[in-house]
Design a protein around this ligand. Structure first.
Ligand SMILES: O=c1ccn([C@@H]2O[C@H](COP(=O)(O)O)[C@@H](O)[C@H]2O)c(=O)[nH]1
Length: 473
């Protein structure tokens, strides 16, 4: 029997076993519907289970590359099991609730970060159940980009899933099912029309688009990084439990080193502006590097390069500051075009990173939405060089392997008298998606910088743990 005939047989069988019913029903959300699906009953019909498995197998194996299958609990679990055995592919099981003891894992089974997982579901209306499983898999660093469905109710689920980067394929659509049942005299023309009218008029609510990096831990994101500095920074944050970057905007090298000695334990990154240091020397650089090793932080020179590639390569590798010699990463503008990234790429033999400025914290800055988008696009070709973006919004980029570095942070929202805008840790981390938060005067100008650094560190870390728990919206 060919594929189409088998699909027809499935439609007729689903009707025969009462998995599809026509009449006056009420959906979970209280909307009247002339058609109702209850595919939970299929477990009582081994030949229907076998047919579904065969069809999904032909459908899935022919077109997809995947490492695991995962059924949306509960109806799709036995189907995913049969499919996993038939395809000889591993299965993962998503829990509905995390265990209260032991590992507290949501996903059971063996997997590696970056593995591809195919989702199996019985019926899709809005796609929200599929998205719950997709989100839990993505939190574990798995790729969940394809969902195979028995029946698509055609009420917006496909569009909702696509907007969350999940391609959906269904064995049957509601339209096709009605057509088959009508052709085979299982339903009347009137019933068919009632269902068609209903389909025209009732759409499921849209599913909120998720930004995967908002829910992934720094450990998981380290595994997804293609830039060595981003990887290191994620790992330092996870190990030291801090996502605080201190901007040491002081003009005396002794004062800078004294401050770092006090707060270095509480930060993951130290950000410098070397051109404001009045007594800059190679001795300062050696002491800074020594502290970075001792206290386990990375060094970012916030140079904000913005010239043509040739000049930038000289600014980066030569002159009084010879930044490439000591800074793990630098900031740079995208304004001059790609040449600036070409210049920085390969200018050093050791691992380096670039934070590209996609947005600024200052009031009235001239960066437009289009400029931001083009900046993010420009970075795509330089996956080994870019460790992140200096930006202010969670939707500026999606790649979970890179870092959102966000300046303009103080414990209270405020402004300075030269246009700097400050947001609170809650706003920056939970709403705006900051991964590493830059604090300058909030710590540097405090009476006791160490106490203040701990306050910032704790507040920012608390927001991060809340964010990855997903329980903040
Ligand atoms: O958009 C940007 C980019 C960089 N910065 C830098 O961050 C610090 C912020 O210092 P505060 O004292 O906390 O204001 C500073 O070095 C800026 O050059 C930024 O503020 N905004």
């Amino acid at each position: 029997m060919d594929f189409e005939n088998k699909v027809t047989e499935l439609a007729l069988n689903l009707h025969k076993i009462d998995a599809v019913k026509f009449g006056d029903f009420m959906t979970k959300s209280g909307i009247k519907t002339p058609v109702y699906f209850d595919l939970r009953v299929i477990v009582s019909y081994p030949d229907v289970m076998e047919l579904i498995t065969e069809l999904l197998y032909e459908f899935a194996v022919a077109n997809s590359k995947y490492d695991h299958v995962c059924g949306v609990p509960y109806t799709a679990l036995p189907i995913a099991t049969l499919l996993s055995v038939k395809a000889k592919k591993s299965m993962l099981m998503r829990r509905k609730e995390a265990k209260s003891y032991g590992t507290k894992k949501m996903i059971e089974g063996h997997y590696q970060t970056g593995d591809r997982c195919l989702i199996i579901e019985d019926v899709v209306t809005s796609g929200s159940s599929v998205m719950e499983t997709v989100n839990d898999l993505r939190k574990e660093g798995l790729k969940a980009e394809e969902a195979f469905i028995i029946l698509d109710r055609e009420q917006g689920g496909r569009e909702n899933l696509e907007s969350n980067k999940v391609q959906m394929k269904a064995l049957l659509t509601m339209t096709k099912l009605i057509e088959i049942l009508l052709e085979n005299n299982r339903i009347t023309e009137q019933t068919a029309n009632e269902v068609r009218d209903y389909l025209q008029n009732v759409k499921a609510p849209s599913v909120v688009k998720v930004n995967e990096r908002m829910f992934l831990s720094y450990e998981k994101r380290a595994e997804l990084s293609t830039n060595a500095i981003a990887k290191q920074l994620f790992n330092i944050m996870a190990a030291k439990k801090t996502n605080l970057c201190l901007s040491v905007d002081l003009t005396s090298s002794t004062k800078i080193l004294d401050l770092i000695e006090k707060v270095g334990n509480h930060v993951c990154l130290i950000k410098t502006h070397v051109d404001i240091i009045e007594d800059f020397s190679s001795g300062f650089v050696s002491s800074l590097q020594h502290l970075a090793k001792k206290l386990n932080f990375l060094i970012l020179e916030d140079r904000k390069y913005a010239d043509i590639g040739h000049t930038v390569s000289l600014q980066y590798t030569r002159g009084l500051y010879n930044v490439s010699d000591w800074a793990d990463c630098v900031t740079c503008h995208s304004l001059p075009g790609e040449g600036i990234l070409k210049a920085l790429n390969g200018a050093s033999n050791t691992d380096k990173g670039v934070f590209l400025l996609a947005e600024m914290s200052s009031e009235g800055n001239l960066i437009t939405q289009q400029y931001t988008q083009e900046t993010v696009k420009m970075a795509e070709k330089y996956a080994e060089l870019i460790c992140g973006f200096v930006c202010q919004n969670k939707d500026t980029f999606k790649n979970p392997g890179i870092i959102q570095l966000t300046p303009g942070v103080q414990l209270e929202s405020s402004k300075d008298n030269l246009g700097q805008v400050y947001n609170t840790p809650e706003k920056v981390v939970l709403e705006n998606g900051g991964d590493v938060m830059v604090v300058g005067r909030g710590i540097v100008a405090a009476k006791n910088s160490e106490i203040q650094a701990v306050l910032y560190k704790d507040a920012l870390w608390k927001c991060y743990t809340k964010r990855i728990s997903g329980k903040f919206e």
